[in-house]
Design a binder for this molecule. Structure first.
Ligand SMILES: [Fe+2]
Ligand SMILES: [Fe+2]
Ligand SMILES: [Fe+2]
Ligand SMILES: [Fe+2]
Length: 403
């Protein structure tokens, strides 16, 4: 599987932990279980890759769902929204076959008691398998269940076939769920398990399909904070516009866009209470926020095959004079795109509406960047270029690139 999908899945797991206190690696365990059940049922090749990617990403609409749900009671309706939005979000990804309904119906039950009241036989096998894996993982905490409980767990599944589990999914689960599989789902082994057990594929950097994946990641990050709802998406779009201005080829444009979409992914690990604090942050809170960049670098480790993206994404708070964080890098250690990312991040943060300042026009934004450049923090040539390029977007959102 492509490392980017894995990073996306990792981000989703972190959202679950911070919002729901839910277990780590949920998406990965669902993927491993679906791969095992799928193979047992004779699913292979592209079809298996598609199933595993959907399984990894099945809860991708969690942040959007939580926002929708705030203050509402009608669980089924909003559980349905979580499924529908989740399906819509992944439809833009480069699947090889038909994944229709896989995520849309992942909370259906064989007896028709899911949010869409579909009963066994009316929703696709992909959704049956994801639903089965999801149900036992959420209810039984597979990452820490004691192996002695396996016979009981198997009995419960058996009793539930044609009630909540469909026949195909329930029986496939019984066929694959042994002590060895359970042990491989533990937190200290899941990384290795996923690398070993799911199909491997890597997307080329010039693959335009990377752009919608990056956009989806950006959206998930932005949903974490109501104050900066468009921060990441706007930074990615501005990065694309700057890359066009500099005449980058398609591969370089996509790489920069990806770095921009991923730059604040570490914010998913920051408690919402700190991210969402309406007033100025105290020193301790600011220190917590600053750790997002360390999380960004750690999360992106899985993307070693994606070249310098990790550096550009992780250097956006470094300054040319060494006054930035977390590493206090200096000019010699910061390449052009790292410098560009820093400038775009500052431009966006200064111009977007925040709880402590209103939206700022281009002419209100530039003096702040100019003064930072004069003091030696950011690259003056890039600031001059941004002054030219961004003027026409003053007080407007920059559109998502069309490929
Ligand atoms: Fe779900
Ligand atoms: Fe789930
Ligand atoms: Fe940041
Ligand atoms: Fe940022």
């Amino acid at each position: 599987m492509d490392a980017l999908i894995l990073v996306l899945a990792q981000a989703l797991d972190m959202v679950e932990i911070s919002y729901l206190g839910a277990s780590t690696n949920h998406g990965k365990r669902i993927a491993v279980l679906c791969a095992a059940m799928g193979r047992h049922l004779g699913i292979k090749g592209d079809e298996l890759s598609d199933l595993v990617s959907c399984a990894l990403l099945h809860d991708n609409a969690l942040t959007e769902f939580i926002l929708l749900q705030q203050g509402r009671e009608e669980d089924a309706v909003y559980l349905g929204a979580h499924c529908e939005i989740g399906q819509r979000n992944v439809e833009v990804l480069p699947f090889k076959g038909n994944i229709s309904g896989y995520i849309h119906f992942h909370h259906e039950r064989a007896n028709g008691q899911g949010p869409f009241k579909m009963s066994e036989g009316y929703y696709p096998l992909g959704a049956e398998l994801i639903a089965a894996a999801d149900m036992i993982d959420v209810e039984r905490h597979l990452q820490r269940i004691a192996p002695v409980l396996l016979p009981l767990l198997r009995e419960d599944i058996e009793d539930d076939i044609h009630h909540r589990f469909t026949g195909r999914a329930g029986n496939a689960l019984l066929a694959v769920l042994d002590e060895e599989l359970l042990a491989s789902l533990q937190d200290d082994r899941i990384e290795e398990t996923i690398r070993r057990s799911v199909p491997d594929w890597t997307m080329d950097m010039e693959n335009p399909a990377l752009v919608p994946i990056a956009e989806l990641i950006a959206r998930i990050i932005d949903y974490k904070s109501t104050f900066t709802r468009l921060h990441t998406q706007q930074i990615a779009n501005r990065a694309w516009v700057m890359a066009e201005y500099y005449g980058y080829n398609l591969t370089d444009k996509i790489q920069l866009y990806l770095a921009a979409a991923l730059h604040d992914i570490g914010k998913l690990a920051i408690p919402s209470a700190v991210l969402e604090k309406p007033g100025k942050l105290n020193d301790e809170e600011f220190e917590i926020i600053k750790t997002h960049i360390v999380h960004t670098r750690n999360l992106l480790c899985a993307m070693k095959g994606h070249g310098p993206i990790i550096e550009w994404a992780s250097n956006h708070h470094e300054k040319l004079d060494g006054s930035g964080y977390p590493l206090g890098k200096t000019a010699a250690e910061l390449d052009f795109n790292s410098r560009l990312m820093a400038c775009i991040d500052i431009y966006q943060a200064v111009s977007e509406e925040r709880p402590y300042h209103p939206r700022r026009s281009h002419t209100e934004t530039m003096p702040i960047l100019n003064s930072m450049a004069e003091k030696g923090g950011i690259d003056p040539a890039i600031v001059r270029d941004m002054d030219k390029v961004m003027a026409s977007y003053s007080l407007k959102d920059v559109e998502t690139p069309k490929l």
